[in-house]
Design a protein around this ligand. Sequence first.
Ligand code: PMP
Length: 309
Amino acid sequence: MPITPTDTIWMNGELVPWDQATVHVLTHTLHYGSGVFEGIRAYPTPAGVAVFRLTEHIDRLVTSAKILMLECPFSRDELVAATKTLVRENRLDEGCYIRPLVYLGYGEMGLNPLPCTVDVSIAAWPWGTYLGDEGVANGIRLKVSSWQRHDPNAVPTAAKVTGMYVNSSLAKMEAIKAGYDEAVLLAPDGHVSECTGENIFVVRDGHLVTPPVSDAGALAGITLRSVKTIAHDLGLEVTHETLLRTDLYTADEAFLTGTAAEVVPIREVDDRVVGDGQPGPVTTQIQQVYFAAVRGEVDRYKDWLEYVE
Ligand code: PMP
């Protein structure tokens, strides 16, 4: 997924030309993975470009910073305003992916991060479908990873910490090298947790099941939350239940959710065909409503859109 440069990146309160948005090689977070970040999308809507659930993403960023004891020098409102300014000033009217990062800067080394300066950047660029248009349309092939999802008492799974994504990258590489599209990780207790950057749902007898996020050590996804609301409004039941890998094999349908990936059907897990190997009716319906909602085409979900103008 190559990055398309835009004009500027927001760094500590200023819009800096793209090529000058750099850090020192001794930046603390580069060595210890001690930052927190977000992944957000903006979409074109009939009323102009809008950031999807922006305030909730920034709230999660602030919460992640709190968990890591990072003193973020900008308030939630300042970060919301900065994100809108960035998208507007870079004229990203067709939508974009947005990457805020709170990180420990240059000046201190060693494992006590408390004396470090805290820096903040926000970048945005046009970004296509994370798991490919083909995957969105026809479903992806998933592999249960040999890598385990973090134990919440080893690293805080409730926070979106940069260094923790080594785990996701290892699982992703293993899956890609083995010819799959994406990996699903099991929690230390053996139950299904989540994918490398997405939550997972199965459909059983017409209702949706997803693992309990805290128990499974999964991230509390904002797309997951949106899908729960959409499903509820469609009259579908949604429950959080522990799932075994075999529950993925035997599901009627399965799909994953995430800001980058959006809503993507799963057509195979560990070479077992899920359902009939086609995106099922529930998945398709949820996907259609989600894609319409993010583009401002569903009145009841207009609250989810935060316009940049
Ligand atoms: N799990 C992980 C590990 C993730 O990185 C993400 C993406 N932020 C998600 C789940 C989905 O979260 P969201 O729907 O908020 O993007």
